[in-house]
Design a protein around this ligand. Structure first.
Ligand code: URA
Length: 304
C-alpha cells in the first residue's frame, strides 16, 4: 500500500518539518536509518525522551498541543511541566525479583484481560480508576508499546487517548496503520502511576508477565517501543533513546524499533522527522520480515 504523502506533509514529519529559523545551527545527527527522510538540524541541547503524556488539568493545557498540524510552534514548556522524564537522567533499573504467577503464559485473551482488570499485584491498583489493558487488532503484525497510562487513559481504560494519542494515530495513518484495524497498542504498565511519576522497578517487574503474554498472543512481526522507559523495559538496558534509535533490536524473537514517545514529540517538534525515520525503519523491518516468510507484497496485513 502506498504511503499517504499528503498526510506526511500535514504532520510535518517529512524533511521540512522544522522552521529553519527556529533551529540553531548544529551538526546533523548521523543516525543511519534505511530509507529515512533527512533529519533536520538538531538544537545542540535538545531535550530528549519524556515518556507519558501529561494530564491536561486546565484549559490552557488542552489548547497547548496542536498535534496534527505541521505548522505549529511547540507548546510552552510549562504546558508539560509535570513530565517526569528527560533522556539525560539515567533510569534506575535494578533487577527486582518478584513472584510471577506461573499460569499467565497459558491465559487466553479473555482470561488475561480479566486477570489484568482484577490485578492487585502492586500498589498502583490502589489509586487507579481503570486498568489499561491494550487496544487494537489482537492479531496485528505491528505492536506499539508505550509506558504507562496517564490521566485520560486511566479514566477511559484505553491507551493513548490524549493529545499524544492523536499524534500517534496520525503518524500511524501515514503508514496506513490504525488501532481500529491493523495495530495493537499496549503499555509496559497497566495502571496509572499517581501524578505520572516514574513506575518503580518492582511495579514494572510485577506487570511484566502481562505484556509478555500479550506479545505471545499477538505474535507481531515488528514492535515499536515508544520512549525511553518502554525501550529500556523491553530491552533490559539503561541506554538513551539516542543510542537505541536507528537499529533493530529484539524482544523475545520479535524485531524492535525504538522511537521517541509521542508526548515528547508534542513538545519537541524538531524531532518529529526523526520519529518518522524510526517508523520508516520499522516499515522496512516489517517488509523484511514478510519477505523472509515469503508473504507477497499486497498480501500483508499491516499497512505500508
Ligand atoms: N503514555 C503512554 O506511555 N501510554 C499511554 O497509554 C498514554 C500516554
Amino acid at each position: 500500500m502506498a504511503l499517504d504523502e499528503s498526510l506526511v506533509e500535514e504532520l510535518g514529519i517529512g524533511p521540512v518539518w522544522v522552521r529553519r529559523q527556529a533551529v540553531p545551527a548544529a551538526p546533523r545527527e548521523t543516525d543511519a536509518v534505511a530509507s529515512a527522510p533527512a533529519a533536520p538540524a538538531m538544537p545542540s541541547a535538545a531535550p530528549a525522551d519524556m515518556s507519558r503524556e501529561p494530564a491536561p488539568p486546565d484549559a490552557a493545557r488542552s489548547e497547548a498541543p496542536q498535534a496534527a498540524s505541521g505548522d505549529t510552534e511547540a507548546p510552552p514548556l510549562d504546558a508539560y511541566d509535570d513530565l517526569p522524564w528527560t533522556d539525560d537522567v539515567p533510569a534506575h533499573v535494578e533487577p527486582v525479583v518478584v513472584d510471577t504467577p506461573s499460569d499467565v503464559h497459558t491465559l487466553d485473551w479473555n482470561a488475561l484481560a480479566e486477570r489484568v482488570a482484577n490485578c492487585e499485584r502492586c500498589r498502583l491498583c490502589e489509586r487507579r480508576t481503570n486498568t489499561v489493558f491494550g487496544v487494537g487488532d489482537r492479531e496485528a503484525d505491528w505492536m506499539l508499546i508505550g509506558e504507562a497510562p496517564g490521566e485520560n487513559e486511566d479514566k477511559q481504560g484505553e491507551p493513548f487517548v490524549g493529545q499524544a494519542g492523536k499524534l500517534l494515530d496520525n503518524m500511524l495513518r501515514a503508514l496506513t496503520l490504525s488501532r481500529q484495524s491493523n495495530v495493537y497498542i499496549a503499555n509496559v504498565i497497566k495502571c496509572r502511576p499517581p501524578g505520572n511519576r516514574n513506575p518503580e522497578p518492582d511495579e514494572v517487574a510485577r506487570c511484566e508477565p502481562y505484556l509478555q503474554r500479550q506479545v505471545e498472543l499477538v505474535k507481531p512481526k515488528v514492535i515499536v517501543a515508544m520512549g525511553r522507559f518502554a525501550a529500556q523495559s523491553l530491552l533490559k538496558n539503561e541506554a538513551s533513546i539516542a543510542s537505541m534509535r536507528g537499529r533493530v533490536h529484539e524482544y523475545r524473537g520479535v524485531p524492535v524499533i525504538v522511537t521517541y514517545h509521542p508526548a515528547y514529540l508534542l513538545r519537541s517538534l524538531q524531532d518529529k522527522s526523526k520519529a518518522w525515520a524510526d517508523l520508516c525503519l520499522a516499515r522496512n523491518t516489517y517488509r523484511d520480515a514478510l519477505a523472509a516468510l515469503g508473504v507477497e507484497q499486497g498480501a500483508e496485513k499491516g499497512g505500508v
